[in-house]
Design a protein around this ligand. Structure first.
Ligand SMILES: C[S@@+](CC[C@H](N)C(=O)[O-])C[C@H]1O[C@@H](n2cnc3c(N)ncnc32)[C@H](O)[C@@H]1O
Length: 225
């Protein structure tokens, strides 16, 4: 007698009950609406990340910086929907209270105890490796190449330039590097300046101007992710 086929359960962001659980678990402070242009029934910038990853199907994704895991959880959900791929999530676990706003940029030291376990919802931890360290430490040891890179860690001009330049070194041909907060001009934030300065002779750039701005960058002359 042949074994019954294994039922594969796929959780999709288009399902309102899945979106609502993602927000409850990974944006409990309302960050999806406040920082990612979401509405109560939509994922905002989360839909852009999900749509790009499910269509481009990168084999490896890198995300740097998240308070409670909203974007990393959506990237992982997209990889699970693809049926392949892995996410490296890097966060230094800073908090405004301990390290200061100019270092933590809104961090709350959420990644203290058993960070991988926080992604047990929908089995997301199966595709996520969590790295609690500064991006510089991660990049210095990194041997992987990524087809989709999301930067939302150090928002200073020098820090965001560093993360962008390092990302270019670990990006596959045609990879997308996506910058959060490219519309923010408050003191201490330099991602807007970085995005503006990127030479359009060298990079394709798309600005999603909805607050607080998402910048999608791709090195020119490269096509496949
Ligand atoms: C709080 S997030 C920004 C908020 C984000 N838009 C969200 O929705 O969660 C910034 C994160 O970047 C992390 N971070 C800051 N500098 C970093 C660095 N050099 N390397 C890795 N993570 C860093 C902080 O620990 C913090 O958790």
């Amino acid at each position: 007698m042949s074994a019954e086929p294994k039922q594969v359960v796929t959780y999709r962001l288009e399902d309102q009950s899945i979106l609502s659980q993602i927000k409850n678990s990974f944006a409990p402070d309302g960050a999806a609406e406040r920082e990612h242009n979401a509405q109560p029934d939509s994922a905002g910038f989360g839909s852009i990340h999900y749509g790009l990853v499910t269509n481009l199907k990168p084999q490896r994704v890198l995300a740097i910086g998240s308070r409670h895991g909203y974007v990393p959880s959506i990237l992982a959900l997209a990889l699970k929907a693809n049926g392949s791929g892995a996410l490296d999530f890097v966060d230094a676990n800073y908090s405004d209270t301990t390290h200061g706003v100019d270092v933590a940029f809104g961090g709350v030291e959420n990644w203290t105890s058993d960070p991988a376990e926080k992604f047990s919802t929908f089995g997301l931890k199966e595709v996520i490796s969590v790295h609690i360290q500064r991006s510089s430490e991660f990049f210095s040891e990194c041997e992987s190449k990524y087809g989709y890179i999301y930067l939302d860690g150090d928002h200073s001009y020098d820090g965001s330039c560093y993360d962008f330049e390092q990302s270019l070194n670990v990006a596959t041909a045609g990879a997308l590097i996506v910058l959060h907060d490219v519309a923010v001009s408050q003191p201490g934030f330099g991602v807007k300046r970085l995005f503006t300065e990127l030479d359009e002779n060298l990079y394709n750039k798309i600005l999603i101007p909805a607050w607080p701005g998402l910048g999608i960058v791709q090195r020119k002359g490269e096509t496949s992710a």
